[in-house]
Design a protein around this ligand. Sequence first.
Ligand code: G3P
Length: 227
Amino acid sequence: MKLLIDDAHIDAIKKIYAAYPVSGVTTNPTILSKVGGNPFDTLRQIRGFIGEEADLHVQAVSRRADDIVAEAKHIVNLLGANTYVKIPAVPEGFRAMKILVDTTEIPFTATAIYTPMQAFIAGQCGASFAAPYVNRIDNMGFDGLRVAMEIQKIFTANHMETEVIAASFKNSQQVLELCKCGVGAATISPELFDMLVKNSAIDSAVDAFIADFESFAGAGNTMLSFR
Ligand code: G3P
């Protein structure tokens, strides 16, 4: 399961990239609104940092299919290969997906997915990824993890190449549950990245090892202090 950062703040992205195995960055209009300014200034900065091989997901905001297609071309033209255009999994979005598949090689991610049927249709339309919103589904009184797992089963059972890129998480356990099922990717906020392995037992174990070493080697010494 690939891990991506669901954020557009370049400093946060750099910090997470330095500490974790990350395959790319996902954004949406809400995420871009938190940075403000020209969205392409933000996105070009992200692309420049993550490199041209990494995945960058950028959402089109038009409502009509033809306009979504025009936005998709513009986004990929400015941000290059490995840029996935996020398109809402609604009828006009499906229409745009079909046009993109028939007339371009632009890859796209079906987004705003709350039901397995949306993901199935998007997959049949040629989406590279489908993004179920785990936490938002939970908040509606349904089971977001179960929806994401059902989508994975549907893709596998129908031999579809579309991958799940699960989004909208509130805790590390949700991420781990999807990891167990082998979903393609999860996109996570910088705050949640830092919670993935946050555990006082782990910190205590590391502290105890250092204290034991310093008890015979002297405070501040490490293996570099000896030969
Ligand atoms: O990309 C979709 C994802 O960012 C939604 O997350 O936390 O706004 O529900 P959230």
